[in-house]
Design a protein around this ligand. Structure first.
Ligand code: NAD
Length: 521
């Protein structure tokens, strides 16, 4: 989830493989770190415990979960497997902390959030290494995540001091209306593994800014930076304001979703988890905020700057190794320029360096997060091959330890192919062709997702018209995957509802109250 994607110059292992249409090239080599485990020292790890009421404590069950480095498949840490009872304890701490936190003046809360940002900046190197070690993400991605995490706190620290709502006034005769904006109370948060710290920040910052307290459950696969966040900010945030319960989704996440005293549940994750949370939340009628999957269409018209599009997709399709909900993963290109575009894209992809995060700053593609996810992505590739789709480059797994998959461009993709409809969530781009504008729109919108999309054209009328007809929460014109804290992020349709980032997130995490005074004399 980059806010500042620019294609980076690359050198090294992949640089000599160019122009490989037909998929005949040698597979890229996985660049290895000089020494295994060189990213982390034992002292860098957070406590593998629950963080409740301002302190680390063991989980009640005493059970632990392994945390795996996906580059080496080695266990790098263990953390507590939280239970429903642990979750209830954390919710009780958050409830106790809510009145005092909500009663702080905006200036006081703002200063504390700025101090959180300062603390993260002071430990930038540690946090990026920890994130890379746990997720396998290239250092450039981890550094971008951290920079955006800090900016999220700074933005919310500023925005909370300038609340917006309708003006107080006499809207009914002899009655004065005042509209208050109040915290909701305790918010339950469930986060995914692809951007563990950044997705936590997208929730924590606006939730705290709006005066709520929270309990967060990080992904069972990537809990380390969320626990480190709690450790680093333990003397900044009052006890109970932020609580972390590690554990499995159907246990800890489900308890947060159903808990009668949790006012809202916010989840970033898959559609399946989003539906489970919405069902569990229905019983207590709590608010639900869902940032779910995506399958972003990239619609390229014949008048587009094809080289610029191919260069942008090098980053936007493969950022975070394609494990990105807004990834430019489904190209719909006009048939008259399809061959030219594919050749340009393949040239870009051929120069990408695959490797472990500790293998160099120029590594752009890391491993898939887990064995299960690796098998899921390779399963899509095998079925695509069986369906007759052709890999213009890449097409399968890479040899050796770790869950590495070659960056892949699939062509000869018929309308309705599985690989072009379902979220693969790996370094895989499909390329379909179209003839008419209406056909492109119908097919772009013809999937259950509606998170993001892009249109590539130099025709001013078409750029606005097509953007307005694409059914997605974010549409870029001649760009893809560029984000900023001032603008909202969130989906339509199966991609969920609610908005992250911007003042719209602050709105989502607060409630309005109308107080009307009879002022007749
Ligand atoms: P996931 O749904 O498997 O897990 C997400 C979180 O939900 C985890 O913490 C998991 O433990 C929890 N969970 C699982 N079942 C649950 C249940 N029954 N009740 C409560 N919580 C439950 O997703 P993932 O594999 O970690 O992440 C990848 C998915 O996240 C992709 O679909 C991706 O598109 C999506 N994502 C979306 C955005 C966005 O902004 N829209 C951002 C990042 C990731």
């Amino acid at each position: 989830m980059s806010h500042s994607i620019t294609p980076t110059p690359v050198r090294g292992a992949g640089a000599d493989r160019r122009g490989l249409l037909g998929g005949t090239a040698a597979k890229p080599v996985v660049r290895r770190a000089p020494a295994p485990g060189s990213l982390l020292q034992e002292a860098d790890l957070p406590a593998g415990q629950l963080f409740i009421d301002g302190a680390f404590r063991p989980g009640r069950s005493g059970k632990l979960m392994d945390v795996i480095d996906p580059s080496s498949e080695r266990t790098i840490a263990q953390v507590a497997e939280g239970t429903a009872e642990d979750t209830d304890t954390a919710v009780a701490a958050a409830i106790a902390a809510a009145p005092a936190w909500g009663a702080l003046t905006p200036k006081e809360r703002s200063e504390l959030l700025h101090r959180v940002a300062d603390r993260l900046a002071e430990h930038a190197d540690l946090l990026t290494r920890l994130e890379s070690a746990n997720t396998g993400k290239p250092s450039a991605v981890a550094q971008d995540d951290l920079a955006q995490t800090i900016d999220t706190f700074r933005f919310m620290a500023g925005a909370l001091r300038a609340p917006t709502s309708a003006a107080a006034g006499r809207y009914a005769e002899d009655h004065l209306s005042v509209i208050l904006r109040e915290p909701l109370g305790v918010v339950g948060v469930v986060t995914p593994w692809n951007y563990p710290l950044l997705m936590a920040a997208w929730k924590i910052a606006p939730i705290l800014a709006a005066g709520n307290t929270l309990v967060i459950k990080p992904s069972e696969q990537t809990p380390l930076t969320t626990l480190k966040f709690a450790e680093l900010t333990a003397d900044v945030l009052p006890a109970g304001v932020l609580n972390v319960v590690t554990g499995y989704g159907p246990v800890v996440g489900a308890r947060l979703a159903e808990h009668p005293d949790v006012a809202m549940i916010a989840l970033t994750g898959s559609v399946r988890s989003g539906k489970a949370v919405a069902r569990a939340a229905a019983e207590s009628l709590k608010r639900v905020h869902l940032e779910l999957g995506g399958k972003a269409p990239v619609v390229i018209f014949p008048d587009a700057d094809l080289a610029a599009a191919a260069s942008a997709l090098r980053a936007a399709s493969f950022w975070n190794s394609g494990q990105e909900c807004g990834a430019a993963c489904r190209v719909l290109v006009h048939e008259s320029v399809a061959d030219e575009f594919v050749e340009l894209l393949v040239k870009e992809v051929a120069t990408m360096v695959v490797g472990e995060p500790a293998a160099g700053e120029d590594v752009e593609i890391g491993p898939m997060i887990s064995k299960a996810h690796f098998e899921r992505v390779t399963g899509y590739l095998k079925r695509a091959e069986a369906e007759g789709l052709r890999a213009a480059i890449g097409g399968g797994a890479l040899e050796g330890d770790g869950y590495f998959i070659a960056p892949t461009v699939l062509v000869d993709v018929p309308d309705g192919a599985e690989a072009a409809r379902e979220e693969i969530f790996g370094p895989v781009v499909t390329v379909e062709t179209f003839t008419e504008e209406d056909e492109a729109l119908t097919r772009a919108n013809g999937v259950p997702y509606g998170l993001s999309a892009s249109v590539w054209t130099n025709d001013a009328r078409r750029s606005h018209d097509v953007a307005s007809k694409l059914d997605a929460g974010t549409v870029w014109v001649n760009a893809h995957l560029v984000l900023a804290n001032e603008v909202p992020w969130g989906g339509f349709k199966g991609s969920g509802y609610g908005r992250d980032l911007s003042i719209y997130a602050l709105d989502d995490y607060s409630r309005t109250k109308h107080v009307m005074h009879n002022v007749a004399r």
